[in-house]
Design a protein around this ligand. Structure first.
Ligand SMILES: Cc1ncc(C[n+]2csc(CCOP(=O)(O)OP(=O)(O)O)c2C)c(N)n1
Length: 343
């Protein structure tokens, strides 16, 4: 290949990358706008229960989930709106779910912390820290038994690696070489505690390597890097080279929940981290490549409009009928005996 042809190939590839990064910027904007709308709903009292926002962590959700096929599977955490949206769930149905309304992804029975949408392979967020990990491994084992080529992505926080299911799940996945991508979304905090203060050793990647699980450590706020890493890793998993763990460093820019003002963080810490906001960083990448600020503004505005509408519609929608609470619940029959402390 001549120099000229080489150059042409490189230029074409880089145009594709910019188009892709622009599209992914739109996805990050949709995630952020969804979170802002959920925050507004909580303030107005229409979104009930705790909501954990992922503002500042959007590059992990967008970069990883955009590499998945619809029939790939996803398990998430209490902070799962972004992952669910990036996997392809309908934003309006998700918002209805947060408000407990009819037409929600689970007709309002899951809410924010247990949001799920099986139609896009999203098997569930989980309010129990680390509990999504064995479920992901079980799903991967089922795929293996059925001979499919889907992969399972399991996202969890840096606090989750200190619970037993993390070790059990990675061990099982390695023993059976299962197609699981474990993603530790390391935002530095476990609720109100700095995770480094309660974690022995070198964290997620070191623990994975101790079990011979391939581990890759990346800057999770670098959208292009997350996208590229996830592309390579998903291809390896599909080819049978699993499991793999990505340790993505990011930062939770707001409080643990929408109502947490994060007063336990040293003054100025979060303010300083807005510099590294993945949306701000990716905007700089796009503008340096010649994408107009107006084009990026338009993407972000469209996202805000979409999610504002989703919240308004959800607020106007009726609650799911109470009888629906009993749907999909296994009926084991009336108990024939009640146990007491005495036996
Ligand atoms: C088994 C269990 N213990 C404690 C909690 C309470 N809790 C909810 S979120 C959270 C912090 C989790 O931190 P991390 O896994 O890093 O996720 P992040 O909130 O940072 O996204 C805790 C302790 C819980 N939900 N489940």
């Amino acid at each position: 290949m001549t120099d000229g042809q080489d150059g042409a190939v490189t230029a074409a590839a880089s145009n594709r990358d910019i188009a892709r990064l622009t599209a992914l910027h739109g996805l990050m904007a949709r995630i952020r706008a969804f979170e802002r709308a959920a925050e507004t709903g909580q303030t107005r009292g229409s979104v009930l229960g705790a909501v954990h926002l992922s503002i500042g962590q959007e590059a992990v959700a967008a970069g990883v989930c955009a590499q998945l096929r619809r029939d790939d599977l996803l398990l998430s955490t209490h902070r799962g709106h972004g992952h669910t949206l990036a996997k392809g769930a309908d934003a309006r149905a998700m918002m209805l779910e947060l408000l407990g309304k009819a037409g929600g992804t689970s007709n309002g029975r899951g809410g924010s912390m247990h949001i799920a949408d099986f139609s896009v392979g999203m098997l569930g967020a989980n309010g129990v820290v680390s509990a999504n990990i064995p479920i992901a491994v079980g799903a991967a084992q089922a795929i293996r038994l059925k001979g499919g080529d889907q992969v399972v992505v399991c996202l969890f926080g840096d606090g989750a690696i200190n619970r037993g299911p993390f070790m059990e799940g990675l061990n099982w996945a390695k023993v059976f070489n299962l197609p699981v991508l474990f993603v530790c979304e390391d935002n530095g905090w476990s609720a109100t505690t700095r995770t480094s203060e309660l974690t022995a050793g070198d964290g997620a990647a070191a623990r994975a390597r101790s079990m011979d699980v391939t581990a890759i450590e990346i800057d999770g706020n670098d959208l292009a890097l997350v996208d590229e890493t996830a592309r390579e890793v998903v291809a390896r998993l599909r080819a049978g080279d699993g499991p793999i763990l990505i340790h993505a460093r990011t930062y939770r820019l707001l409080g643990h929940t929408a109502s947490d003002t994060a007063g336990y963080r040293p003054a100025g810490e979060a303010e300083g981290r807005w510099e590294g906001d993945p949306m701000r960083r990716n905007r700089a990448v796009l503008e340096a490549a010649g994408v107009g600020a107006h084009e990026i503004d338009a993407l972000e505005q469209a996202a805000t409009d979409e999610m504002t509408r989703a919240l308004d519609d959800a607020e106007a929608a009726p609650f799911a009928p109470a009888a629906l609470a009993f749907d999909d619940v296994q009926d084991a029959g009336a108990p024939t005996r009640f146990w007491t402390r005495e036996g």
